[in-house]
Design a protein around this ligand. Structure first.
Ligand SMILES: [Zn+2]
Length: 668
């Protein structure tokens, strides 16, 4: 059954049954002990008025200039204008004498509130909104600053105190027992707001996994940094406080929507049989206004287990680290999401910027429609074997999987001629964009392995072998040009890889086909297959004995990798294009010191983030070279030609054909 907002906990964080809506009175008290430096030796006293109830303009700063963030405005913004604190007063400094023999926070705060009641009992009398002579946590919040050096911020209830107010003939006798948010002279804005938020029902999230740092007000943050860093509450809290209404989607069938800031900008993804009990929440976050110090610009993916202590965790990029602070930014696709018990959802999520600060989020069976591309996937064919007379064969062939899951044949052997140049038109094979198969949309990975071989990883982990020997003749049924072993299973257990890329055999002699797998922990594993697609799901036929050996580590934090003969092009998180070359034979060496060209890992360009597709291979048209093709967010296709040897040059000027970067097609 589709969860409702109510079943997801909307508006369930209350005080005495009352949600934090509208406004709540907030009293700020400065309690000053004589054996610690006075408040005004750290901040001028008007700092506390401004911290509570100011209307500052960002950026916020503690000193030079003194422009603290405002608690009232922080909660107003987080609640989408539905809640803020009303100023009661800023009282003090109240002289408390020598701090000694601390009776504990409940008794200490009771004593301080009694001092406030002596000075201004009417503050409590007017807070008794329901006239029951009990001032409770839904009627008044107190933020207490004490000038104790090293005070740990906290939130405690005071021991009940009696208050008596006599106004002429009228007497009010009441009891005050409320939540007291406690803060010190060097407590940063974040921790002060964190403790105050506990008074409206928030729960800590810093004990979850990596601590949800800078993702939510309830995550981990320094205690004494005396700064004005601000981070919003997470969408789970906003829902539970009744401040947001995410849109609710089932995880299957594959679908997509737009994520934006605002009360209905986030989404919930759910599936049977878990229903509302465990689900994912996705929200748009960007560093601005009172979210200025959020960990990044993109989306957050929260895994929510209801009624489970520490059961709400951000799944941080790029490894879905529980509580991790990695924000999912445009162009990224997650590994397959798992439930908290480790069971796979079978679903990945991809994110792309749309414009106006909104982002499209698509979810589906690993291959999902991304951005405005006509293709789910584009990959190079890997060429064919070289002959002595004619050089490389099958040059320029690349495949696409269309949005309708058809397999498409393409061939480009130009040299970056501009669209509209007659030689540019001739560079495209006339069979380009012909469909040669159907039902290719569910593969987790697709590799063009040379000589027409295509390897596909099914969602259940089977590795399937195909070989296309046609020339792109149109036959969407897949009945023309395929080797009879096509579709055979040659291995299993391949679903766990983050990425696969291939060294296709090319040149003379062609060498072996090598498959490289990036494991979830970032280890790089080597496999070589010399079979001809003989059916053997056990994976014992045709594999080199070194298959499965580790040859490196730390390969998890990349946006993209593709093989181009024995060179690999990778895109780092910052958009740098990295060059790698492996010359080994799969000898086990997890340290990655064996078999690698010394230039491996060098940057050879930049700005490669944010693309929808990157693929390529080698060619001998115009001399031996690596060709890279890329599709941008608009669906335009760009051509690059690299003949360098991985010489370090992040500017991207060494080794590139001057025509590199030209647009050679549209609507890809
Ligand atoms: Zn806390």
């Amino acid at each position: 059954m589709t969860p409702t907002l109510e079943s997801l906990g909307h508006g369930t964080f209350t005080q005495n049954g009352r949600q934090a809506l509208g406004s709540r009175p907030l009293l700020i008290v400065l309690g000053e002990y004589s054996n610690f430096p006075p408040f005004n030796s750290v901040h001028s006293l008007d700092y506390y008025e401004r911290l509570g109830f100011g209307t500052p303009t960002p950026p916020f700063s503690t000193d030079h200039p003194t422009n603290p963030a405002s608690l009232r405005e922080y909660f107003r913004e987080n609640s989408h204008g539905r809640f803020s604190f009303d100023r009661v007063a800023v009282i003090g400094p109240i002289e408390l004498g020598v701090y000694a023999n601390d009776p504990g926070p409940e008794a200490r705060t009771a004593g301080i509130l009694s001092r406030v009641a002596e000075l201004a009992p009417q503050l409590f009398a007017v807070a008794d909104a329901n006239l029951d002579h009990l001032v409770a946590s839904d009627e008044l919040c107190v933020l207490l600053f004490e000038n104790i050096t090293g005070l740990q911020p906290a939130n405690r209830d005071n021991n009940p105190i009696a208050v008596r107010l006599q106004v002429g003939p009228v007497t009010w006798n009441g009891t005050v027992r409320i939540h007291i948010a406690g803060s010190g002279p060097l407590t940063p804005f974040y921790q002060t707001a964190h403790e105050l938020s506990h008074s409206i029902g928030t729960v800590d999230m810093y004990n979850t996994g990596a601590g949800n740092t800078r993702l939510t007000l309830m995550g981990a943050y320094p205690f004494f940094s005396n700064d004005q860093g601000t981070v919003h509450l997470d969408i789970w809290h906003k829902l539970a406080l009744g401040w947001a209404e995410p849109r609710i989607f089932r995880m299957r069938p594959p679908n997509a929507t737009v994520i934006r800031e605002g009360a209905d900008g986030a989404i919930v993804l759910w599936d049977e049989p878990r229903g509302s009990r465990e689900h994912f929440m996705i929200e748009r976050r960007s560093p601005r206004s009172y979210d200025a110090n959020v960990a990044g610009d993109g989306i957050l993916i929260w895994r929510v287990q209801q009624e489970v202590p520490n059961g709400v965790a951000h799944l941080g990029a790029p490894a879905l680290t529980p509580g991790g602070s990695g924000v999912w930014s445009s162009g990224m696709q997650t590994p397959i999401l798992t439930w908290a018990d480790g069971e796979s959802t079978g679903v990945t999520i991809s994110v792309n910027a749309v414009g106006d600060g909104t982002m499209s989020v698509a979810w589906g069976d690993a291959v999902v429609q991304r951005g405005r591309s006509r293709h789910l996937r584009l990959f190079h064919g890997g060429n064919g074997p070289a002959s002595a007379d004619d050089g490389l064969t099958m040059t320029g062939v690349f495949y696409g999987v269309t949005a309708e899951a058809n397999l498409e044949w393409n061939c480009y052997n130009g040299l970056g001629q501009q669209i509209g140049d007659p030689p540019g038109a001739q560079a495209w094979h006339r069979n380009t964009r012909n469909l040669i198969g159907r039902g290719w949309g569910s593969a987790l990975h697709l590799l063009g392995c040379g000589d027409g071989v295509i390897l596909a990883v099914s969602p259940n982990g089977d590795l399937r072998w195909y070989r296309y020997l046609g020339g792109g003749e149109s036959d969407q049924t897949g009945g023309t040009g395929w080797h009879p072993n096509s579709g055979n299973v040659i291995g299993n257990g391949w679903q766990g890889f983050r990425r696969l890329f291939v060294k296709a055999p090319a040149g003379a002699p062609p060498g072996e086909m090598v498959i490289f797998g990036v494991a979830q922990n970032g280890d790089l594993l080597w496999y070589s297959y010399q079979g001809q697609g003989e059916n053997d799901p056990s994976g014992r036929t045709g594999w080199h004995p070194n298959s499965g050996n580790p040859i490196g580590n730390g390969w998890q934090n990349l946006r993209h990798i593709h093989g181009s003969s024995n060179v690999f092009f990778a895109v780092a998180q910052n958009g740098d294009l990295l060059w790698h070359c492996y010359l080994g034979g799969g000898e086990a060496d997890l340290s990655g010191r064996t078999g690698w060209h010394p230039n491996s890992g060098n940057p050879i360009g930049n700005g490669w983030q944010g693309l929808q597709h990157i693929f390529g291979g080698i060619t001998d048209v115009g001399g031996l070279a690596n060709i890279i093709m890329a599709v941008d967010q608009a669906g335009d296709l760009f051509w690059y030609r690299y003949t360098g040897q991985g010489e370090r040059d992040v500017s991207g000027s060494l080794g590139w054909d001057p025509r590199s970067g030209r647009k050679i097609g549209t609507q890809w």
